[in-house]
Design a binder for this molecule. Sequence first.
Ligand SMILES: [Zn+2]
Length: 270
Amino acid sequence: MEKLQIEGVELYKFSNLESQPGVRHFVSSRRGGFSKGAFSELNTGFHVGDDNQVVLQNRQKLTRVLNAKLSQFTFANQTHSRNTVIAYASHMGRGAADGQTAIPDTDALVTHHSGIYLCVQMADCVPVLLYDPVKRVTAAIHAGWRGTLRRVTESAVRTMINTCNSTPSNILAGIGPSNGPCCYQVGEDVKSLAAQNHEMYQAFVKPAPTPGKYIFDQWTANLLQLQQNGIPRENIELAGICTQCHSNHFFSSRNDGGNTGRFAAGIMLF
Ligand SMILES: [Zn+2]
């Protein structure tokens, strides 16, 4: 990923998406907003305990530096599901200025409409952004361990293929910052769920040095879902940035004991 700073707002961009003229995207960070304390500085999440007026100011500043409008930002109420919604013009702006109007119970957004900035929010979960430059389709996915085990990334890719006529070999993908295999330990319960649901779980759930603990490699798990659905490895950019190791740059739920803000990732056809 490339890092840049505009008016103090630290943004990250995938090189493979940035080189495409027909799409804009970003991954935001903690840096450059107005929130204080546990939410400092650029918290984009409503209802995490921050002052919602300040969250709104943060989002307004973010859209300004992105040269976009807040009314283009489109958010879902994320529930760690595999639910995927195709966003039409009527969805544009849902959840942008408040939490109540967000698209309910959804963790992946897909669109072929220009001007809709599909957004997801994270604090350790994985943002995945997809772009098909041939059929002109984008997707934004929120994949924590639950969503990853429920194959939310696969769900979004299949929606692009089955509903939007994308050819998987044309799809470009970015797997963004999240807690990485250096830090993300889970217990026997998560390992058992992975074993029940994924033949290849040992590729991404590995024994940790502590007995009864496992490393959950969310990056490899989501990479596998993309590759198993036909997206070539060379089309996939892996940020490789751990939010726990870099909690001064990214909100990290684990590092901050659950009381923290959310950074955002978004993608828009234009
Ligand atoms: Zn780490």
